[in-house]
Design a binder for this molecule. Structure first.
Ligand code: GSH
Length: 351
């Protein structure tokens, strides 16, 4: 379709593809790859997903205290856990085991209809969406702890770099097959040819049938299936993964320029003199890309990006919120075995 467009019309269409996340820059539009998805559904299709919730009362959520529903290895959970550590907020942990598909369990979906982690609950009020959760936490606990305080001028730059990180299609890079890259456990093997997402589509189709008389659950499962289908399509379409890698690389070139010309080079951080929400976003992203074995494809080992990554990873809040939760055996495998045993003897029931 794009090959037949010409001149201004072609450029105009490409502009809309650019803003919708299907392509990453206008100068290198190859008509054959122009309709590939390069950003996550959450960043490009607000109509497909439920809007972020901020402090919304929910009868199914714990009525007292600060609770985080999260998964140890989830990128977005890592970001929120680090945010909580930075703010010095004490929280109750509720691990949602994504490999066991607990994000689809009715009791969780009634709290977060997006069927994703993380979810924050404060005294029975629910907040969803990672960027929104972090903003909510920062405005609620930041001022008393003198944390995440940036000047008005820096604020726009911080928001820009928050969005740039959230727009990266990390799910595709995590589960898509990348030539020459062997993914770490437990990702390696789970991703073959889009089968991980295909299984979710099948599970959700079953849940839609099971809960066809419950309008809330049914709507949540239908929306989630549409999101997963869009994501899976992006992963199995020929040429998709190389295009996503190129788009990610282009963003990392921008990151490098910002690090060289911005506050980092004067002893500060990515977008401000003091540590900000942009650094929370990029710490988890760079850690994930390195863990996936993608650093050699995306940035030079001996570069300002690596220097920035080392500074981020050394931060106490990163060690507590990200690294300590990344111990796969203790944090994922053992809880999964425990859950399966309890289920086998009838002490747990779900899905
Ligand atoms: N950024 C969105 C999406 C979060 C997201 O995709 N979370 C992933 C983990 S990082 C998840 O729960 N995946 C499970 C699934 O999609 O089934 C949000 O914060 O609501």
């Amino acid at each position: 379709m794009w090959a037949s467009q010409a001149g201004g019309a072609f450029y105009g269409c490409c502009r809309s593809l650019l803003s919708a996340g299907y392509i990453s820059c206008l100068c290198c539009v190859d008509p054959l790859v122009a309709d590939l998805r390069l950003k996550p559904v959450y960043a490009t299709d607000p109509a497909l997903v439920d809007a972020p919730l901020t402090d919304v009362p929910n009868q199914w959520a714990p009525a007292k205290g600060i609770h985080l529903y999260h998964f140890p290895l989830s990128l977005d959970s890592q970001k929120v856990r680090q945010g909580l550590e930075e703010l010095g907020v004490k929280w109750h942990s509720h691990v949602i085991l994504l490999p066991l598909q607990q994000q689809f369990s009715p009791s969780y979906v009634r709290i977060n209809s997006r069927c994703v982690v993380p979810t924050l609950v404060i005294d029975g009020n629910v907040s969803t969406d990672t960027i929104n959760i972090l903003n909510t936490l920062a405005s609620r606990f930041g001022p008393t702890n003198k944390c995440f305080e940036t000047s008005e001028e820096e604020g726009a730059c911080v928001n820009d770099w928050v969005d740039r990180a959230a727009d990266l299609f990390i799910e595709a890079l995590t589960y898509g097959e990348i030539e020459g890259v062997k993914k770490p456990f437990p990702i390696g093997g789970a991703s073959q040819g889009g089968s991980y997402h295909q299984k979710k589509v099948e599970l959700l189709s079953g849940l839609i049938e099971t809960y066809k008389n419950d309008p809330t659950l049914r709507a949540a499962y239908e929306k989630k299936r549409a999101v997963i289908e869009a994501t899976q399509g992006a992963m199995v379409t020929a040429g998709q993964i190389p295009a996503i890698i190129s788009a990610t690389k282009a963003e990392l070139v921008e990151l490098q320029t910002q690090l060289q010309t911005g506050p980092f080079n004067k002893g500060g951080w990515l977008a401000s003199d003091t540590f900000s929400l942009a650094d929370i976003q990029w710490g988890a992203v760079l850690y994930r890309l390195r863990w996936l074995g993608l650093q050699p494809l995306l940035w030079e080992e001996d570069s300002i990006i690596s220097a920035y990554a080392e500074k981020l990873f050394a931060r106490d809040s990163f060690q507590k919120g990200v690294v300590q939760w990344s111990k796969v055996g203790r944090k994922v495998v053992l809880p999964a075995i425990r859950y399966k045993l309890l289920k086998a003897i009838g002490l747990k029931r779900d899905l």
